[in-house]
Ligand binder design. Structure first.
Ligand code: URA
Length: 251
């Protein structure tokens, strides 16, 4: 009970902070001329429905507060000055599947949403091929800022952003995570193994199953489209572990 009240208070204070209120006056009693009513012996019914911190609504509010905090993040000075905006995740709280990519590119930096450029188009095709809709998946990245010139994320940047990723995973509460590409896979699982070796197996992070596969950008024409068959194998593994039907592929 006490921890529930503490959580409600924490959410309220974070909400106020997100709204720009970063201090509250200290009071030691009622203002002059006011008196607190004596405690009523009868409990007064509370009309407003209780918002449990762990309810879907409570988690959404906490995620919104996190998004607001991330939008002002300056942990990585180089990224903070070069970005157009931060790129938080998209998707519903309670999504069964959570995708993790590398970092926003130029299109994502401009539009403020992950996977909206060429790699995003490829990702959309993969999602549709799985018989799923993009709107039912939570999509985010290892980094929430675009590295200048799309250079790979640096270890300190990945470290700085890890808290945001972990909080997002906890609040969304997926049943499975898919890491797209070596950066996402190696960073999440703290591994140095290449993606060709990592794919095809099931890993675990915070008690959640994790699948690692090739990055959608690497499947584009002119790169390695021949790897699409391996991504399809990995997607089948994902669908099977969720008990979802596997669409029949046209030859
Ligand atoms: N866009 C993203 O949001 N992430 C990637 O990893 C690549 C493109």
């Amino acid at each position: 009970m006490a921890s529930d009240v503490r959580e409600q208070l924490r959410l309220r204070l974070e909400g106020l902070e997100a709204a720009g209120i970063d201090w509250l006056p200290k009071t030691s009693g009622p203002p002059e001329g006011f008196e607190f009513a004596a405690a009523s012996p009868e409990l007064v019914p509370v009309e407003e429905p209780r918002r449990e911190a762990n309810s879907q609504e409570g988690r959404q509010i906490t995620l919104n507060v996190l998004r607001e905090r991330v939008s002002r993040c300056e942990r990585c000075p180089e990224l903070a000055v070069s970005r157009t905006q931060t790129v938080f995740g998209v998707g519903p709280i309670g999504a069964e599947i959570l995708f993790i990519g590398e970092a926003p590119g130029a299109d994502e930096d401009r539009q403020g949403e992950p996977f909206v450029g060429a790699a995003g188009q490829m990702l959309n095709r993969i999602i549709t091929g799985c018989g799923l809709r993009r709107e039912e998946i939570y999509i985010c990245n290892i980094l929430r800022c675009r590295p200048p010139g799309n250079r790979p994320p640096q270890p300190t940047e990945e470290q700085n952003c890890r808290e945001y990723l972990d909080e997002t995973i906890d609040l969304v509460g997926p049943k499975i995570i898919v890491c797209w590409g070596a950066t996402a896979a190696q960073n999440l699982l703290r591994s140095t193994v290449g993606i060709t070796k990592m794919r095809g197996s099931m890993y675990s992070y915070r008690d959640l199953p994790v699948i690692c596969t090739f990055h959608p950008a690497s499947l584009l024409e002119g790169r390695s489209p021949q790897n699409k068959k391996y991504v399809w194998e990995d997607m089948q593994m994902m669908l099977k572990s969720l008990g979802k039907p596997i669409p029949v592929k046209n030859a």
